[in-house]
Write a protein that binds this ligand. Structure first.
Ligand code: SF4
Ligand code: SF4
Length: 257
């Protein structure tokens, strides 16, 4: 387990806030992670890093890289989810990117050359209010966007990194919807040079997290806290999460009703 002190944010109340999000009862009857994932008898269990790498390569060879690769355990039904579950699923993708993405700083995600990522960065109302003083924004189909190449890009660096919108913090995740079931899920854009390793690590981590939650539920426990979440990622050589990023994740999760 990692030393929890390493993850203690600057302000103690921030840690309490994170704890409250992930420690509040997790609704095991409607787990955000499919029941099949992580069970001993299922083929998902025992997946190895090389199997996942092979899976990624096969998909890339078959479909090219203009594809979003789904992460099965990050699929859930927003309509039927409880508040605690929604909060966890809002928090988790940002956590996974901050913790595991080994970004190569190529800045390709800030430029208009991705098939699924070429329309501009869609902004929320708050983000639009925050960014309109810094760069030119455009309206498209009722949405406010920052057109590519992103006006905040300076060389290969984001000139306002701390103010970057959720879409940038989320990358290379992207939302997708199953046309048959209407279920929402998260996929990873295969264009990003760091995406393959991220896909492998996220899948392995989610298997571990799901097993942990199942064991706890079977032992009559409920939920888990932030140190435990971080402890589960200890041997993946993860990045350090800045207090700033953690604060952002907490605010996003707490905004869920
Ligand atoms: S495309 Fe991927 S590796 Fe390149 S800067 Fe964006 S997130 Fe980082
Ligand atoms: S806001 Fe920053 S991170 Fe996002 S696309 Fe623009 S330059 Fe890149």
């Amino acid at each position: 387990m990692k030393d929890p002190k390493e993850f203690t944010p600057e302000k103690p109340d921030l840690l309490s806030a994170v704890r409250n999000i992930v420690a509040r009862e997790t609704d095991h009857s409607a787990s955000p992670i499919p029941e099949s994932v992580g069970r001993a008898e299922e083929p998902h269990d025992g997946l190895t890093r090389s199997q996942l790498e092979q899976h990624w390569d096969q998909e890339a060879a078959q479909f090219g890289v203009e594809r979003i690769m789904g992460v099965p355990s990050l699929r859930f039904n927003w309509r039927t989810a409880g508040v605690a579950q929604k909060r966890l699923m809002t928090f988790l993708p940002f956590y996974l990117v901050s913790r595991f993405l080994k970004c190569q700083g190529c800045s390709q995600c800030c430029r208009p050359n991705f098939l699924y990522w070429d329309k501009g960065i869609v902004l929320s109302r708050d983000e639009a209010l925050r960014l309109k003083h810094l760069c030119k924004l455009e309206k498209r189909n009722g949405k406010t966007i920052m057109k590519y190449p992103c006006p905040l890009l300076n060389g290969k660096r984001c000139s306002h990194y701390k103010l970057r919108p959720a879409g940038c913090r989320f990358f290379p995740f992207n939302k997708w919807q199953d046309e048959a079931t209407g279920e929402e899920g998260l996929g990873i854009l295969m264009h990003c040079p760091a995406a393959k390793e991220f896909y492998v690590t996220v899948n392995l981590f989610m298997l571990r997290l799901h097993r942990f939650m199942q064991d706890r539920a079977e032992a009559g426990g409920d939920g888990f806290n932030f140190e435990e979440l971080d402890g589960l990622s200890a041997d993946f050589s993860p990045n350090k999460i800045s207090p700033e990023d953690l604060r952002y994740m907490v605010l996003k999760a707490e905004a869920v009703r």
